[in-house]
Design a binder for this molecule. Structure first.
Ligand code: SF4
Ligand code: SF4
Length: 170
């Protein structure tokens, strides 16, 4: 296995440089057996994730829009000792369709590169980067959207190229 890359500038530069290669890689992955691919991603995720310290990175919390639901907002407001009204006024933006988003990027709750409401963080935060979930093939678009942002995704995908014998040079 190649050494783990965690430098965000290096990852971003490689992502820009390899954009066409990754388009081809995404197409290549879409033709593989879905269940076998999931198993390989699970295996690589278990190897890569323990080697990356998310509190040294925090890049998802600095750059992603965070969706939340009513139950999560209730829990977070209790955790912060605020009324729901205060919580909503301070942190929430609501769409006309009633969807709720955290109203700033980076997220309000990122403090010293760590989540200050970790115990009650939202489902989307818990799941990201979602490489432990099945049906990876259906999420190829979002995986490659986050490839330049998340060192876990970046390293898993680079290792996957080796494992599945993808030829980057053609
Ligand atoms: S709630 Fe916590 S984990 Fe979620 S984006 Fe904000 S800082 Fe990150
Ligand atoms: S999940 Fe990815 S982007 Fe988020 S902090 Fe961890 S390594 Fe960084």
């Amino acid at each position: 296995m190649e050494p783990i890359e965690t430098d965000l500038n290096t990852i971003l530069a490689k992502s820009t440089h390899d954009e066409k290669i990754n388009d081809r890689f995404s197409e290549f992955l879409s033709r593989l057996d879905s269940e076998a691919l999931d198993l390989e991603i699970f295996r690589l995720e278990k190897i890569v994730t323990p080697q990356i310290n998310c509190t040294d990175c925090g890049n998802c919390c600095k750059s992603l829009m965070v969706n939340i639901n009513e139950e999560e907002a209730d829990k977070a407001s209790v955790f912060l000792n605020q009324s729901r009204e205060e919580f909503d006024d301070l942190y929430i933006e609501k769409s006309e369709a009633g969807k709720m988003l955290i109203n700033t990027i980076p997220c309000h709750f990122l403090k010293d590169n760590a989540c200050s409401i970790y115990e009650v963080r939202f489902e989307g935060c818990r799941e990201f980067p979602a490489l432990h979930l099945p049906y990876f093939q259906k999420r190829l678009f979002t995986v490659f959207m986050h490839y330049s942002r998340c060192p876990i995704i970046f390293n898993v995908m680079e290792e996957l190229k080796e494992v599945v014998g993808f030829d980057s040079t053609q």
